[in-house]
Design a binder for this molecule. Structure first.
Ligand SMILES: Cc1ncc(COP(=O)(O)O)c(C=O)c1O
Length: 381
């Protein structure tokens, strides 16, 4: 049987990974500045994570959501404490798109409304409501198109209020930091005004922290750089360090009823063990603080090297916008310097390393980047 060929692939086959490194089938060792697309939070194959999952698997790997599962409570307690959102309620699912889909459904149930606002360059997933609110017509199939999704210019408060005042908007959804859109940080004042406006017009505010959350920004959630208290927060990626886990945090006062949301796999024993292990390591190794410090260092060092590109981001979520397409630069970093990076659009290199990245590894990337950037710039002048 052939695979359904939807992904452009590098000709590299990782077979082993540890911390911030990945080894391919030929034994070549790569530095991972991509984290498997912002997923690897505590580092590849962390021993505590491996042990927790192994032990859980030999006890009980799965049962349905019709029984008591104390691991879900342990996870909720730890997550509440580490994120500072201890009075929120947790619903567990399996992926980022599913988290947003549940947040959207929840907002619609709570308000009795159908319309949603999102922003240009936003990405919220590939399932029906989430993709309708994603600013990329190429991935929106005819069945996903709906007039209930209103995509407004990022940062345009006037446009938001114009729509909100019709009184039919269930929620506004916005990323803590736009990831796929190119590492765009919403202005503090914009986010805080969005919170005020949604409240004033009886709508909810959903913070999509699927990429920017779980410590990546140098705070547990990127919105915590502001005074905003979202109605709903969505999470995935770093939550399971590779184990497929997603979740939504729901502010106090929003009441559940049986059957309102549901899933077969969400919150299963193995997923909880993986997620608890992630939080244990984030706390013990102070990874949120590490992301802040190493990210700040890396952003500053990159920015001071040249004014021919722009460095944006917070913590270990960094974008470098060049004046030329990044394809060749990323190719050279990968095949000549053995460093994985990500991208956004044509001209932006996106860095999403494990939150365990240390200063030495940051320096190794910076040196390689400077060299490749200089080579390519010389060739272009
Ligand atoms: C901000 C944001 N929201 C939602 C998603 C969708 O997550 P998933 O691919 O787990 O469905 C992503 C994935 O990249 C994302 O970056």
């Amino acid at each position: 049987m052939k695979l359904f060929d939807v992904y452009p692939l590098f000709d590299i086959t990782p077979v082993k990974a540890k911390g911030c490194y990945v080894w391919d089938a030929e034994g070549k060792k790569y530095l991972d500045l991509y984290g498997g697309h912002a997923v690897i939070s505590i580092g590849h194959s962390h021993p505590h994570y491996v042990e927790k999952i192994k032990n859980q698997l030999s006890d009980i790997g799965f049962y349905s959501n019709s029984i008591q599962n104390p691991l879900q409570h342990e996870l909720a307690e730890k997550l509440g404490r580490l994120s500072g959102c201890h009075d929120y309620q947790l619903f567990l699912c399996n992926s980022g798109a599913e988290a947003n889909e549940n947040a959207i459904k929840l907002a619609s149930f709570v308000t009795g409304r159908k319309k949603f606002i999102s922003f240009t360059k936003g990405f919220h997933g590939r399932t029906s409501a989430a993709v309708a609110l994603t600013d990329n017509p190429k991935i929106v199939a005819p069945v996903n198109q709906t007039e209930n999704a209103v995509i407004l210019p990022f940062g345009d408060l006037g446009a938001v209020e114009n729509v909100l005042k019709n009184g039919d908007v269930a929620a506004v959804i916005i990323e803590g930091i736009q990831g796929i859109g190119g590492i765009n940080i919403p202005e503090k004042a914009f986010l805080e005004s969005l919170a005020e406006l949604t409240k004033k017009h009886g709508s909810l505010l959903i913070l999509d922290e699927i990429q920017s959350g779980y410590g990546r920004s140098g705070k547990f959630f990127a919105f915590q750089y502001t005074h905003v208290e979202p109605d709903v927060i969505t999470m995935a990626k770093g939550m399971g360090n590779g184990f497929p886990v997603g979740g939504i945090l729901i502010r106090p006062g929003i009441e559940p009823w049986h059957g309102m949301l549901g899933t077969t796999f969400g919150g299963n024993h193995l997923a909880c063990a993986a997620s608890i292990a992630v939080l244990d390591v984030i706390e013990k190794e102070k990874l949120v603080e590490n992301a802040f410090q190493v990210g700040k260092y890396m952003s500053e060092k990159l920015a001071e090297f040249s004014s021919d590109y722009e460095v944006r981001g917070l913590g270990l979520m960094i974008g470098i916008e060049l004046k030329f397409p990044v394809k060749e630069l990323r190719h050279k970093l990968l095949f000549e310097h053995l460093i994985f990076t990500g991208f956004s659009g044509q001209n932006i290199v996106r860095l999403l390393p494990p939150l365990t990245l240390n200063f030495e590894q940051a320096d190794a990337f910076i040196a390689a980047f400077k060299q490749v950037f200089s080579e390519l710039s010389a060739g272009k002048s």
